[in-house]
Design a protein around this ligand. Structure first.
Ligand code: ADP
Ligand code: MG
Length: 582
């Protein structure tokens, strides 16, 4: 028997709880994620969230570790867009949270569902501004960039709060939800017996939003009255995953359609009713526009200006009633989720005869044929040094054998020209800078697309755009993802040939690294790199890279003069006084 110094018997030690009976905040977060169907977490860990990632892995959730939280956020949100299930992002406190929040803001702007779980430091110290480690009032900071910002202060709230986060992110118009996880809460312990009854299976987190039948009837009556109707498909239509229903409606009614960039492939780009190659003609001559999951924002000139027939009927289907009439008068609104809307359309359609004028589609097809022939000639023309179009001609030819590859695309001229040149044939096989025209999504979107769909990915990147997230090449290689990155390197933002107006030796504001050997970046991490500057070598490299289905990067050295300032959207710049040339 143990004795004390004065030979008295030692008091009996306090009974130690059996640790195996306990759970804690980190484990309960993982359990709640599993209950909500999460199979992957994207993030960068450290204090105080590492335990979540380690426990998640132990519990069979895939954890994809990034080099920067912004890219992890892009990966999570594109998985949300592609699968219709919110992607999950995990970050540390303070700077890690803020790095991720740029991505979350992008998700909210684009209507992609994402849940950002952020560890946060000691609240008492933060609230008194006492200089806490990575201290920041994250919950308040997240409010403007999310649909909701929540904080979990006690483990008993975890199941309810996580289910609520999923509900908010995925119901109605999808978007970002931030959930603040305090260090104290993550370390809290309760018995498994107390914890178990708190968990529950989610109950219809994204309920159907059924449109009023009268609103659908008004739409069908307007379509029946129109002679030159035109459908504009947005990425909300791609997100809704009712591909067959949308295609059947378009084919049954014979209405021509224009896909927004991320709706490309919802119907194949070689569909006889596509109006993409006669965009101006079809917009100018339409007498009814039907927007399906597409906002009438800057990307559509707010529905105003020369290309839009102001006498036409404007009809719009959207899940969000607040979107209707946002930038111009909408004559025929239909509010509901697209799956429900198309069920009602299907039921009501037999009452109407929708038949555009005979010459409408024919005239669009005629205009398309002329512009397609011109464009094909551009793609087929050789160039030395390489321009965008010769290079894209190679991509286009080779992708005929990879029709369902997911194409990730960012840049300025690289974005514009690739969107025009590379057809998509399957839904959700093109993701790009989107509504916010954001740069730096390329590697995160590639990783999220490859991980969440299991498909092969080709990223076509401007050299400037690639630079924002180039370090994630490490992540692509570490996870051995089937991603090929092609850099269209013209040596700068927009183009590489601008000069320093002072005549000094510093590079101009647009100048980047035309001579850089970007291929060495991927070789540093065990992937395969290629340096090319002509079409034949590019073709060989791309063919090999795609066939390998392994991490690969091709640096294509383009003409330093190729590209124009701001690509297609230079008109958005303020007009400078004469005196500088760029
Ligand atoms: P694009 O940029 O391709 O034109 P936007 O992002 O501007 O597309 O528009 C997408 C629209 O789709 C948003 O207004 C959003 O509210 C809507 N939306 C998203 N999901 C659904 C859905 N399931 N049903 C109907 N509308 C949806
Ligand atoms: Mg460039």
């Amino acid at each position: 028997m143990a004795t004390t110094a004065n030979n008295q018997p030692a008091p009996a030690p306090a009974a130690q709880p059996d640790l195996s009976d306990l759970t804690d905040g980190m484990r309960m977060i993982v359990r709640a994620l599993k209950d909500n169907g999460v199979d992957t977490i994207y993030g960068v860990v450290g204090i105080p969230v590492s335990g979540i990632a380690f426990w998640a892995q132990k519990e069979g959730i895939r954890y994809i570790s990034f080099r920067h939280e912004q890219s992890a956020a892009y990966a999570a949100q594109i998985s949300g867009f592609l699968t219709k299930k919110p992607g999950v992002l995990l970050t540390v406190s303070g700077p890690g949270f803020l790095n991720g929040m740029t991505g979350v803001a992008n998700a909210t702007v684009n209507c992609f569902p994402i849940i950002h779980l952020g560890g946060s430091s000691d609240r008492q110290l933060i609230d008194l501004h006492e200089g806490e480690y990575e201290g920041l009032d994250q919950m308040t900071a997240a409010i403007p960039y999310t649909k909701a910002s929540l904080r979990i202060d006690t483990v008993q709230d975890i199941p309810l709060a996580i289910e609520r986060a999923f509900r908010i992110a995925s119901s109605g118009r999808p978007g970002g939800v931030y959930v603040d996880l305090t260090t104290v809460m993550l370390g809290q312990r309760i018995t498994k017996e107390e914890a178990e009854p708190l968990f529950f299976a989610p109950n219809d987190p994204a309920p159907a939003q059924i449109p009023a039948t009268e609103s659908v009837d008004r739409l069908l009556a307007a379509l029946a009255a129109a002679k030159h109707p035109l459908i504009i498909l947005g990425k909300g239509a791609a997100y809704a995953q009712i591909d067959a229903e949308i295609k059947a409606f378009i084919e049954k009614t014979g209405i021509p359609f224009l896909p927004m960039s991320m709706a490309k492939g919802l119907l194949p780009d070689d569909h006889p009713q596509i109006a993409a190659s006669a965009r101006s003609y079809s917009l100018e001559n339409a007498d009814l526009y039907l927007f399906i999951g597409a906002r009438i924002n800057w990307m559509l000139g707010f529905g105003q200006g020369a290309h839009w027939n102001q006498k036409a009927v404007f009809a719009q289907i959207d899940i969000d009633p607040q979107e209707i009439g946002n930038t111009r008068k909408i004559d025929v609104p239909v509010v509901g989720d697209l799956a429900s809307v198309f069920k009602v359309i299907d039921a009501e359609l037999p009452k109407y005869t929708i038949k555009p004028a005979d010459d409408w589609l024919a005239s669009i097809q005629k205009a398309s044929a002329v512009s397609n022939a011109k464009f094909e000639a551009k793609l087929a023309a050789p160039s030395s040094p390489l321009n965008y179009f010769t290079t894209l001609g190679v991509v286009k030819r080779l992708l005929e054998d990879y029709k369902d590859i997911i194409l990730v695309n960012e840049g300025a001229n690289t974005l514009d020209n690739t969107r025009d040149a590379i057809p998509r044939y399957y839904p959700r096989t093109r993701v790009d800078c989107g509504t916010w025209a954001i740069m730096g999504i390329g590697m995160g979107y590639s990783i999220g697309a490859a991980v969440s769909t299991g498909k092969q990915v080709l990223a076509i990147e401007g050299d400037s755009a690639f630079g924002f997230s180039g370090m994630e090449i490490s992540t692509i290689c570490r996870f051995k993802l089937p991603v090929t990155v092609v850099i269209f390197n013209n040596g700068g933002i927009y183009k590489g040939d601008t000069v320093n107006a002072s005549g000094g030796t510093d590079p101009s504001p647009y100048t980047l690294d035309h001579d850089a050997k970007y291929s060495l970046l991927i070789e540093a991490f065990g992937g395969t790199g290629y340096e090319v500057d002509n079409a034949a070598d590019f073709e060989t490299a791309l063919k090999e890279a795609l066939a390998s289905k392994k991490p690969s990067l091709i640096n294509v050295k383009l003409d330093i003069h190729a590209g124009k300032e701001s690509g297609h959207i230079g008109y958005l710049n303020p007009t400078p006084l004469p005196g500088i040339d760029y």
